[in-house]
Structures are given as structure tokens and as C-alpha cells.
Design a protein around this ligand. Structure first.
Ligand code: SF4
Length: 321
């Protein structure tokens, strides 16, 4: 196998909980608690879990938009968190982030063409004469046209704004795109168009995606491997087919039972989880899922299950597997 594009080893990101006038640290929010994953060039890895599971923090810590607490992030063999600010800046164009809400990422007073081209100029990747041509190419690849180049963000629909967000990432010709809930703010019909666009761009450009979503049905068509997170930890990782056909972790089974299926007789029995996801500032002991797991037994409260290979690269953390 070729060298991994991205290697994340035992990544942790804790945020301090402070109190009082002196901001005394009284605890920690364990937003990301020992996450490991690898991404090969051109691969798409889906990171799934409920809101509050720490998925977005994983993405932001990988890109070093926030500093890690422990662990290692290697991109093309380079340890991202030990690079100097100059080295990191040189690497930035190769790793791009696409946001859930493209509107908030766009300056309402900046024309779309300028917003897409500014990163090229900032990084000195082309001259002012070349930038318009490259912006047009990127718009075209994302299903927009020359007509849109001088428009302002408010003149676009939600789906078009997400195309602008993708064009802005794409113009830098990245090897890795981290897409954080890129379709969750869109109507279902528009979601399908944007997912198809991601898929088409990957076939033509060959970049890798880390696709973050709370919705398994969104990652199903795009991702070759999927990781399921719960309360800052990875509970299951497998190939897409393996995860959809033979899920092992009760949390994954519950998420899958909510995914609509086109053939009613293949519908899974719905597993409704009790209560909300607990606070990462005070996670349950043992298996963090035991407070909501329909199969929990005594040992689950006391011992943390090991994340281990259950066979054929299908990893799971559950005492009953
Ligand atoms: Fe449920 Fe226990 Fe497995 Fe955790 S370890 S998922 S509580 S059965």
C-alpha cells in the first residue's frame, strides 16, 4: 500500500473548564479522546456521529485550526502540529476545509470571484492576470458560470453557495478536503446534487475527503470507509459495505436503524436511544455509551472496551463483540 496521505494517531483534544475570577481550571471537556484513523490518497473517509460527538473538533485539530492536547497528525509524513507557522502556511493550500454554512464563510461585501481567487493570491500561487481564468475554471467545475463571478453572496441560493465554497477550496488544487457537514443545511434534493458534485470532482481531480456528517445516509454513497464516533471516541470503523450490512456496535446499529431504505421489507427494526448524548465534561464511566445502550451489562459500567480488530479491518469497541 502507498504511504498514507493522512495519519491520525491517538489524537486528543481537551478544552479546560474554568471557574471564578481567576479562571481556575476545574475540569476538562474531552471533545476528542484518543482518535486514530488513516486516509489514503484519493480515498473518502466518512466520520459520523450525533451532534456533540466531537467530529468537527477532529477536523479542526487535524488542520491545526486548534492545537491538539496529545497524539499525532501526519500529512504526507509531516507532523502538522510540530511545523512552524511558515511551514504550516506553505502546506495549507494542500489541506482545505469546507464549512456547513458557506454563507457565514463568505464576506457579504466581497464579489464571489474575488472570494474564490483571494487564497491563490494570498499564497502567491498565481499572478493577478491569471486569477480570473483560474476562478472561471473552478466555477465551471462546480457547475457555476462566468455570469456568477461578479455577483455577491446574497444573490445565491444555499446550494449555489455551497458550490462557491467547494470552488474556493478546489482552486488551490488540494490533496485533502475536510468537509464538515457540507450538506446538512441544504434541502434533500439539493443535498443529492452537492454529493454528486463531490463525487464527480473526486473522480476528475483525485483528492481525498474526510467527510463529516451526523447522517449515515449522506456518507453512504460517497465514502469507502466510515468511522462512527460517540462522545469523543471512535466506536466502530469499517468499509462502507461492512458497516451497512454487518454493523457490530449497538450505537452504529441505532444510527443505521434511522436510515431510510428504498425497499420497505429491508427496513431495520428502529432502535430508539434513551436520552441525549451525555456531556463530554463528565462522560460516563467504562463504556461511554452504557447509559443509553439497550444491551449494557454490568462490566460495561466499570471497564472501557478496547477498540480492536474484529476481523478483516472491521474495528469496534464493545465488550459484547
Ligand atoms: Fe453497549 Fe456494553 Fe457494548 Fe458499550 S460495551 S456498546 S454498553 S454492550
Amino acid at each position: 500500500m502507498s504511504e498514507a496521505l493522512l495519519e491520525v494517531n491517538h489524537l486528543k483534544k481537551y478544552f479546560p473548564v474554568t471557574e471564578g475570577l481567576l479562571n481556575r481550571t476545574v475540569g476538562q471537556v474531552k471533545a476528542v479522546d484518543d482518535i486514530s484513523l488513516t486516509l489514503q490518497p484519493g480515498e473518502t473517509f466518512g466520520l459520523v456521529g450525533e451532534s456533540g460527538s466531537g467530529k468537527s473538533t477532529v477536523g479542526r485539530t487535524i488542520l491545526r485550526l486548534t492545537e491538539k492536547t496529545a497524539g499525532e497528525v501526519k500529512f504526507k509524513g509531516q507532523d502538522i502540529h510540530s511545523l512552524s507557522s511558515v511551514e504550516l502556511r506553505l502546506l495549507r493550500p494542500q489541506m482545505q476545509l469546507i464549512f456547513q454554512d458557506p454563507y457565514s464563510a463568505l464576506n457579504p461585501r466581497v464579489r464571489v470571484g474575488d472570494a474564490i481567487g483571494e487564497a491563490l493570491l494570498d499564497h502567491g500561487l498565481c499572478s493577478r492576470h491569471e486569477v480570473r481564468e483560474l476562478v472561471l475554471e473552478s466555477l465551471d467545475a462546480c457547475g457555476l458560470s462566468a455570469y456568477h463571478i461578479d455577483r455577491f453572496p446574497h444573490e445565491f441560493s444555499g446550494g449555489q453557495r455551497q458550490r462557491i465554497g467547494i470552488a474556493r477550496a478546489l482552486i488551490l488544487n488540494p490533496d485533502l478536503i475536510i468537509a464538515d457537514e457540507p450538506v446538512s443545511a441544504l434541502d434533500v434534493s439539493i443535498q443529492a446534487q452537492i454529493i454528486n458534485l463531490f463525487s464527480k470532482l473526486q473522480r476528475s481531480k483525485g483528492m481525498a475527503y474526510l467527510f463529516i456528517s451526523h447522517d449515515l445516509s449522506v456518507v453512504e454513497h460517497l465514502c469507502s470507509r466510515i468511522g462512527v464516533m460517540y462522545l469523543g471516541s471512535m466506536v466502530e470503523t469499517a468499509s462502507r459495505d461492512e458497516l451497512f450490512h454487518s454493523p457490530l456496535h449497538p450505537y452504529t446499529k441505532a444510527l443505521l436503524s434511522a436510515v431510510p431504505v428504498p425497499i420497505p421489507r429491508l427496513k431495520r427494526e428502529r432502535i430508539v436511544l434513551k436520552g441525549d448524548i451525555p456531556s463530554p465534561a463528565n462522560p460516563p464511566s467504562g463504556c461511554k455509551f452504557h447509559t443509553r445502550c439497550p444491551f449494557a451489562v454490568e462490566v460495561c459500567k466499570a471497564q472501557t472496551p478496547v477498540f480492536r480488530d474484529a476481523g478483516g479491518g472491521h474495528f469496534v469497541a464493545c465488550h459484547l463483540v
